[in-house]
Design a protein around this ligand. Structure first.
Ligand code: ATP
Length: 214
């Protein structure tokens, strides 16, 4: 059985079906047995999540209660300072050893700006990048360095992800969900329903906690 394990970072303010469904499809397509959700600590100079770190974790717990594919790693929230993805991956790599195949999942929008990530070119020495489609974002990369990097590392067969610990980019053919956390927060503030955008258990938590209200 493959030991390929994937991580999926995000603000998750709140988690929604645009996160869950493409990743579930990806897992089926490439044979992922476990996906670890990594809620981010947002840097102080960026707009802060509306939900607290504890509330974002609680929403993840509601979302995954009946989804055994997922678990949660709160290490980035436990730090007092924001952590770079590359640093989190270095820590995970040290824990898991050099041979464990590791994937890091991002959406297409994140791929378009990956060259702005801290030490982005080091990411593939630590993991594979698994990219889910996201509607509303260009599929062409218009940053030449990023495009060349993609061409040099793009996997052609999912087996490559299982047989190497890191180093490949997989552009997954996942279903499109035109959902964002921003839209959900806006709909909640406007008193509009969010059914079908996120799991009922997360909506129930948002109601109980009084989140995303003016
Ligand atoms: P916000 O609207 O607050 O910016 P978001 O909905 O984009 O949030 P994040 O938590 O910022 O969600 O995203 C975490 C990861 O999930 C990113 O890699 C992003 O590309 C991916 N992602 C988010 N929404 C979708 C979606 N609808 N389809 C595919 N990937 C998505």
């Amino acid at each position: 059985m493959s030991k390929l394990h994937a991580l999926f970072g995000g603000t998750f303010d709140p988690i929604h079906y645009g996160h869950l469904r493409p990743v579930e499809a990806l897992a089926g397509q490439i044979g992922l047995k476990k996906v670890t959700l990594l809620p981010n600590n947002v840097p102080p100079h960026r707009p802060q999540p509306q939900a607290s770190a504890a509330q974002r974790v609680a929403m993840l717990q509601c979302a995954i209660a009946d989804r055994p594919l997922f678990d949660i790693d709160t290490r980035e929230l436990a730090r007092s300072t924001p952590s770079w993805t590359v640093a989190t991956l270095e820590a995970l790599r040290a824990e898991r050893g050099a041979q464990q195949p590791l994937g890091f999942i991002i959406g297409q929008d994140s791929l378009l700006t990956l060259h702005k990530w801290h030490r982005w070119q080091d990411l593939l020495s630590l993991c594979h990048l698994l990219v889910c489609k996201r509607p509303g974002y260009a599929t062409q990369l218009d940053t030449p360095a990023l495009q060349q990097w993609l061409v040099a590392h793009q996997a052609q067969d999912p087996q490559q992800l299982h047989h190497a610990p890191a180093g490949y980019i997989w552009l997954a053919d996942t279903p499109l969900f035109d959902i964002s956390a921003t839209e959900i927060r806006q709909r909640r503030h406007a008193g509009q329903p969010c059914t079908d955008l996120l799991p009922d258990a997360v909506i129930a938590y948002i109601d109980r906690a009084g989140l995303y209200r003016d």
